[in-house]
Structures are given as C-alpha cells and as structure tokens.
Design a protein around this ligand. Sequence first.
Ligand code: MN
Ligand code: MN
Length: 307
Amino acid sequence: MKKELVFGHKNPDTDAVVAAIAYSYFMNQKGIDTEPVALGNPNEETKYVFNHFNYDFPRVITSADTDKVMLVDHNESQQSVDNISDVEVTHVVDHHRIANFETSNPLFYHAEPLGCTSTIIWKLFNQEKIEIPAQIASLMMSAIISDTLLLKSPTTTDQDKAALESLSRTAGVDYETYGLDMLKAGTNLDSKSAKELVEMDAKTFDMNGKKVRIDQVNTVDLDDTLKRQSEFEEAIKNEMNVENEDLFILLITNILTSDTKAIVLGNDSVLSVFELTFNTKIENNIAYLPGVVSRKKQVVPQLNENF
Ligand code: MN
Ligand code: MN
C-alpha cells in the first residue's frame, strides 16, 4: 500500500512544512505509514531553518498521487492539492477557520485556535507520550517562532509559549537569539522579484462571492520595502487579471515594531469595504495598519464580516 501523504498549504510557510514533517513522524510512530510532502518550494525563512538544522526539505508536489491524505495547517480546498476533491482526507490538524471543507467519510479533525499547528502537534506528542527527536523539535520550535513572530503576534497563546520553551529545551537551542536571526533571514527580500514576493505567501479567500487575495511579506524596514511599491503594484495588477481577483491586499509587516502597511488594490466598492473595516483611508494605494501583524486574526475575520 502506498504511504499516506501529509501536507500543509500551498505557498508553504515554515509551519506548513514542519507540521507535515512532525505529524508524519508522529503517525509513523503510531504505526500508520506516511510521508510528509510540501505543496511548494521553501521561502527564505524556511530555507534558513532547514539549512540551519541540516534537515532535507520534503518532496514537492502539486497533486496527490495517493488515495488518502492528511492535511495540516489548512483545510480550505483552494489552499490544498489540486486534486483534493478526488482523494480521501483521513486527518486534519489545523489552527485556521474552517471553510470550503467537506468529506464523504468520517475523519479525525483536530482544530484548536492556537498560534501554530506545530503547537497542537506538540500537545499530541505529549498526550500519546511519544518522544520528539531533537532535530524535529528544532523544526517545530522554528514553526512556532514563525507563526507567532517570536510570541509577539496576538494569535499567541500560553500553550504556544509552553510549547516553544519545551521544544527549545529538547532541541538545546536558545530560541530568543535563534528566533530573531531566523525571522530576519525571512525578510531578505532584495533577491526576489516583485512577482515572486507577491506569490510567496499568497492566500485566497471567498468572501460573500468576492475573491479576496491577501498576501504577506515580513520586513525589518517598511519604508525601505515600499521603495518597490510601483513594481509590486504592477505584479499585483497582473495577478488580479490572471486570477480574476476582486480585492488584493499585500500586507507588508515590520516584525520588529509589529506594524503593517498594506498595498490595497480593487474597485471602489471593495476598497470602501476595506476602509470601513479598518477605519482607515487608503492613500496612494497604501493603508497604514498599526499593530496589525496577523492575517488570520486581525485581517481575514474582520473583512469577511463586512463583506
Ligand atoms: Mn501556514
Ligand atoms: Mn500555521
């Protein structure tokens, strides 16, 4: 029998890939034969993580070549493998809203509103008293740092903090020092084209019939990154045409100050929904969103509500 595949979302972030690796290891320990895979190449931050801990990046696929799959760090079908409707989802471990998701068979579905899927998986390891190898612990630690921006994102819970502390002990790594280096490695944007940057962490949402695209890049200097505004806008307009998107939001987030400037493009009616939602004015296609760092908690639900 072919191994069941375990994977996170398209345009994977560190948690998407690491959660797949950790959950696959967990399942294998429980006697279910699985293989972790990724639905895309690593971003700069994820590359840094895998190089740093000398771990091989999993095989990259776009559609599943097995009958059964396990989803981590996502559930929405448009964020999953292209043939998701043709395969059986047996397990889900996730910390996002549930949308566009249905199965024909009963399944294991483990959802908790925590800061990181890897935190949920850490709890599963503890519950089943399965030991986490140091190398996998170091990856899981990285995923929590990434998703919670070193415990500063409003999505962070006490359980994420406990998991991070425990995993860093297992890994033998000082997470404060390592975490800052890791996050900074992810803000190295200069080598990327505007097209690559807007596609790097793309997520699409259906909001009351409107196709809303929300991408995010991290930086340590907002104004420096915004020097490329016109280049970004050209890439965004191109994407919107190809993908038929109604509203495109590129969140440019300063991970040191926890602020965001967003490039926002769309027609007047969707832009006014955006302005109303965030009680802000879009000027020169840019909206300033002080204190906003989490797409999942501070952007998606609020916009969805107003659409
Ligand atoms: Mn993710
Ligand atoms: Mn995540």
